[in-house]
Structures are given as C-alpha cells and as structure tokens.
Design a protein around this ligand. Structure first.
Ligand SMILES: [Fe+2]
Ligand SMILES: [Fe+2]
Length: 163
C-alpha cells in the first residue's frame, strides 16, 4: 500500500480509537486506551524509523524536525497516561490534551508534509515504502509499543538517514 495512504488511513483510525476511549465506560476504558496507545506508538515509531528518513530532503527537513518535536510531546503525555493508576482523576484532562495534540499533528503531516512527499517520491517508491512500514508495524504491535513512550521522553528522535 502507498505509504501516504496508509498513514492517512491510520490517522483516521487512531482518531476513532481515541474517541472510543473518551466515550468508554469505566469497565472498558483501560483496555481501549492500551489498544489506542499501542497503535499510536507503533505509528509514530514507524514514521521515525522508516518514513521520515525516506522522505528527508531540503524542502522537508524543517517540517520533519518540527514533527519529531511533536512526537516527543505526544510521547511525554502518553508516558504520563500509561503511568497513571486506574481511575486517576487526571486521566481525563490529560487524555484530552493527547487528543488535541494528535489531531493537530495529523493535520500538520497531512497538510504540510504529505503534499511535499508526493512530489519527492514516485508511486512505486511510495508503495515499496508502505510495504516495509506495514511489515515493521506488524512486528511492533504485539510488543506493547506504548510502554516504549516512557523511555523516549528526554529528547526528540534524531532525523535518521534512509537505510
Ligand atoms: Fe502520522
Ligand atoms: Fe507523526
């Protein structure tokens, strides 16, 4: 699948998953949150490890660096949420901050980054990139990637080189 289509589709899925957490009753909230947080971290990590390096160029570098800072901010809120005990009164306000940041970040990627990437990479390149990103996510998802957020709150990930 085309890498941009895949990421955009996942943005909508994550927004829905986060909405489901917000609407959940006490019995199902924790499970739904874990699921949404795993999906969010798997998405973010694959962007950092594969997508951003592959689309790094003069005209994308500033946006990518800003995106990495937004990822850092997401990881910090996520790490806070993961560490909260069940039923904590701060869960809800913190969760709303996460949702706002996620929505803003998706908008930035879709409106500023992806249009530039479409001019940089061919459809074949985007398809090949999508394949490797999907495979990486499949490997990551069962390993509870939300727990990695806690280890990545010091500084933004470096903008790596495409391998
Ligand atoms: Fe994204
Ligand atoms: Fe992102």
């Amino acid at each position: 699948m085309n890498a941009i289509d895949m990421l955009t589709k996942q943005h909508r899925e994550m927004e829905q998953a986060l909405e489901a957490v917000a609407d959940a009753d006490d019995a199902s909230r924790a499970d739904l949150f874990e699921e949404a947080a795993d999906a969010l971290m798997a998405h973010v990590l694959v962007e950092e490890q594969l997508f951003y390096p592959a689309v790094k160029a003069k005209r994308t570098e500033d946006i990518l660096l800003e995106s990495l800072e937004e990822h850092l901010s997401l990881k910090r809120v996520l790490a806070d949420l993961v560490a909260l005990p069940a039923g904590a009164s701060t869960f809800e306000p913190k969760f709303h901050v996460l949702v706002e940041q996620v929505e803003h970040h998706h908008e930035e990627e879709e409106e500023k980054l992806f249009p530039k990437v479409k001019k940089l990479l061919s459809d074949d390149e985007l398809d090949a990139l999508g394949e490797s990103m999907a495979a990486a996510q499949t490997r990551l998802l069962p390993r509870e990637p939300r727990l990695l957020a806690t280890q990545q709150t010091d500084e933004a990930a470096a903008l790596g080189e495409a391998s």
